[in-house]
Write a new protein. Structure first.
Lengths: 520, 294
């Protein structure tokens, strides 16, 4: 087992090294990159703030022990090698030698222990949940760190993403009030770019870290992150050449096609594999016809999900087979399939004796795309004879209705964070049924079998055992249809085609600028 | 006997012929009536020419006009037939226009009549109340009302009714003020008619001409308001309307002009027709006023 991981690490390292060569192009150094950031981040200290825009900018200032390729395999970053013991409870990381912070201080194992065990435990709610599985974190020497787990924890190798576990400098933060430390305004990391200035409401400027620990990188001299509050203005900024990159979600979907048809304009849906945004319809399992499994299956047959992908999302994304995104680990498509089949839907409705009860549909109030999507879904459902009434809502109303379970069908999407134990189980565990949150088991699905499988799979070891448990749970869930899965969303990143190497990892532009270069 | 029964009827017919003669003197008004009739007929037969729901996705999206037989106006971003949207939207526009005007007239005429007839403190109170509504911009108030009540066809109609009545109230009050001291009203008082009878039987019928003219313009105004609300996404999400069609197509106007153009033309024609008809009615009902204007 120990050997297997080392090989994997070596393999990953090899891919990382050969990747630029495979392009048969020598990266050029120099140049300034202009990028849109939307909305303006509240802060750039990644250990304290973990908003989307903060992660996008600060992911290039800070680093973690690992990076992940688009298949979520770990790649070396601050750690160059890692080992695990036979029963999956002790992980030992070897850190890179000669890494320094932006202020010149050396980065050592003590910083890792401080970051994970002290700083982030206090400031990072999502990581804190994973850290509960960890018994101790120790620095064996300056370049070796040992994590001892209470029991095997499947997603462990996935929590070293920069937004999840950013390394923060011990020499600046030890013994201070982390959240209010004035140093948060001038973030110090180990990453390829250093914070230079921030003109509030206008731009954030990062400059090249000349002492970066990868020889010759980064290639760019400067990055300007432009704050442009209006979506149409962002599109125009790209059209006029003011910016070179529009990260996912920064322009409206309906503009994507027009912008990608411009000269020297490329688009990619990659770079979201770690987050794997998964969209579905909440189906209130407690009430009316939705309590009948046949009704929920009928909904799945009634939906024309391919149409929604092609027409509403411009062909980006995948139609999911079930609760786990195909990008997330332990995905299995060996489950019941639900193609668009109105006749089967009608037959199921007939069989259960659906009496024409009117169903309320709550769209996600995030703009045109989601509104059109709700209209298409309503039409799909009406065509098989389900009476649907769309409810108009704003963001606050949407939150409130889901918090109070006052809905029949409702749109949503959630991130999966690479592992079912982190991003999937939370939606289906019966222990997660509680009013007051739109992100837990809102549909009220309770199945002891599913609870047991998820619990076992989270701590099973090695991966083969996890896979068989997750395959089983996917099969059970897809048969039960607790929610109606709609789409594995890909938020398109639009960029000039002469921007190279930008989106090569599972978190895309969030840590992409280390490898990015301009072919000009 | 037969002559006695026939004469009022022929007198009515004669009155209508006079009315029509005066109305038809305004060529624009006749054009307005023709357009309006066409819209009404289309709205009435909508389920016959487009039996499917206007929300049905029936062809491929972004189909330009005339590209495929049977899709005269093309399709929208989801492949819904714009033609179906136009005729079904006509039903909603007319429904909202007429019903909300009835609501506004009911409120406005009641308040105006009471204020004008009784005068004094009641008049002061009602007019201050009216001014309170007049000081708030119509559209802003309508948006707030719809947002509070949740967008639905009923809340849209009520909101438009509530923001449209003050001018009616002021008009009716003015008419009542000038009519209540006339001899025929005094005669009614002497005859012992109750206040209610005097208001409804004696004065109100004499104020109707300007109210009818105003109502026709209010329908046009209500259609515009409904379209604006739907354009902003505050219409009933379950009914297809012209404003919604433009609002939904706004984002693709550079790729697909037809999606917003045709509903825009529909609104333009309908509102224009109502204005022309209103002008014609004004000519026909207030012949002296109209001639003075020429």
């Amino acid at each position: 087992m120990l050997k297997r991981f080392c090989t994997l690490a070596a393999l990953a390292a090899a891919t990382a090294l050969t990747a630029p060569a495979a392009l048969a192009e020598e990266p050029k150094s120099g140049g300034v990159m202009n990028v849109v950031i939307q909305p303006e981040p509240p802060g750039l200290m990644l250990g304290v703030t973990q908003n989307g825009p903060t992660q996008m900018v600060a992911g290039n200032i800070y680093e973690s022990l690992l990076r992940y390729d688009t298949d979520l395999n770990p790649m070396p970053s601050l750690a160059t090698a890692w080992e695990v013991n036979e029963d999956g409870t002790v992980y030992t990381f070897t850190l890179k030698d000669g890494v320094t912070w932006h202020d010149g201080e050396p980065f050592t194992a003590a910083d890792v222990v401080f970051s994970a065990d002290v700083f982030l435990r206090e400031t990072h709610p999502r990581l804190r949940v994973s850290l509960q599985h960890i018994e101790s974190i120790e620095a064996l020497d300056d370049t070796t760190v040992r994590f001892t787990l209470k029991q095997p924890f499947g997603p462990f190798m996935g929590i070293f993403e920069v937004g999840t576990m950013p390394m923060v400098p011990k020499h600046i933060y030890e013994g201070t009030d982390f959240k209010n430390n004035p140093a948060n305004n001038t973030p110090i990391g180990t990453g390829p770019f250093k914070f230079a200035e921030w003109e509030r409401g206008s731009f954030i400027r990062l400059v090249k870290n000349e002492d970066y620990h990868v020889e010759g990188q980064p290639y760019l001299d400067e990055i300007y992150w432009h704050v442009i509050p209006d979506a149409a203005s962002r599109a125009v900024a790209y059209e006029t050449g003011k910016v070179d990159v529009l990260p996912g979600g920064s322009v409206e979907n309906f503009d994507v096609q027009r912008l990608t048809e411009l000269d020297n304009s490329c688009v990619t849906g990659k770079g979201w594999e770690y987050f794997a945004p998964h969209a579905w319809l909440w189906v209130n399992n407690r009430e009316g016809p939705m309590a009948d499994r046949r009704f929920r299956q009928a909904i799945m047959y009634a939906l024309d999900r391919e149409f929604a992908k092609d027409v509403i999302w411009n062909g980006l994304g995948n139609v999911p087979t079930g609760p786990v995104s195909s990008k997330t680990r332990f995905f299995d498509d060996d489950v019941r399939q639900f193609p668009h089949d109105p006749d089967k839907a009608r037959a199921l409705l007939e069989e259960m004796g659906y009496d024409g009860t009117e169903i309320r549909l709550l769209p996600l109030p995030y703009g045109e795309t989601w509104q059109r999507w709700a209209e298409a879904v309503r039409q799909n459902l009406q065509e098989v004879g389900i009476e649907v009434e769309m409810v108009a809502t704003d963001v606050a109303g949407w939150n409130q209705k889901l918090n109070e379970w006052d809905y029949d069908l409702a749109f949503t999407y959630l991130y999966q964070y690479g592992d079912p134990a982190l991003g999937v189980a939370r939606t289906y565990l019966s222990t997660n049924i509680a009013k007051g949150s739109p992100w837990n088991n809102v549909q009220g699905y309770a199945n002891e079998e599913v609870d047991r499988l998820f619990a076992e799979a989270a701590v099973a070891f090695p991966d083969e055992n996890r896979q068989s448990l997750y395959t089983e749970v996917q099969q059970v869930l897809v048969e039960d249809v607790p929610v109606a899965w709609l789409l594995e969303i890909e938020f398109p990143t639009i960029y000039r085609c002469d921007v190279k190497g930008l989106v090569d990892t599972a978190i895309g532009v969030n840590d992409g600028f280390v490898d990015a270069w301009l072919d000009r | 006997m037969s002559t006695a029964a026939a004469s009022p009827r022929s007198a009515q017919a004669q009155a209508f012929r006079d009315f029509w003669k005066r109305f038809a003197r305004n060529k624009g008004a006749v054009v307005g009536v023709v357009i309006l009739l066409a819209v009404v007929v289309l709205a009435a037969v909508a389920p016959l020419i487009y039996p499917q729901s206007p929300w049905s996705m029936v062809q491929r999206p972004f189909l330009p006009p005339l590209a495929v037989d049977g899709f005269l106006f093309g399709t929208d971003t989801l492949g819904r037939d714009i033609g179906a949207g136009l005729v079904h939207g006509a039903r909603i526009s007319l429904l909202v226009g007429i019903v909300s005007t009835v609501v506004a007239l009911t409120i406005g005429v009641t308040i105006g009549a009471l204020a004008g007839y009784y005068g004094g403190l009641l008049d002061d109170a009602l007019m201050r109340f009216t001014e309170f509504f007049q000081t708030i911009p119509n559209f802003a108030l309508a948006i707030v009302l719809v947002a509070i009540f949740q967008p639905s066809i009923t809340s849209v109609i009520v909101a438009i009714g509530i923001v449209s009545w003050p001018p009616v109230a002021r008009l009716v009050r003015g008419e009542f003020l000038s009519l209540r001291s006339r001899e025929f009203v005094q005669a009614s008082v002497v005859l012992g008619q109750s206040n209610l009878q005097i208001i409804t039987r004696q004065i109100l019928p004499n104020t109707l001409s300007p109210v009818i003219v105003m109502a026709s313009l209010m329908i046009a105004q209500a259609i515009l308001l409904e379209s604006s609300l739907s354009f902003l996404g505050l219409g009933d999400p379950n009914t297809m309307s012209w404003g919604y069609m433009i609002g939904a197509a706004r984002t693709v106007i550079r790729q697909a002009w037809w999606m917003s153009f045709f509903p825009g033309v529909a609104i333009l024609l309908t509102v224009l027709a109502l204005n022309l008809v209103g002008e014609g009615l004004n000519d026909a009902l207030n012949p002296r006023l109209a001639r003075k204007g020429r």
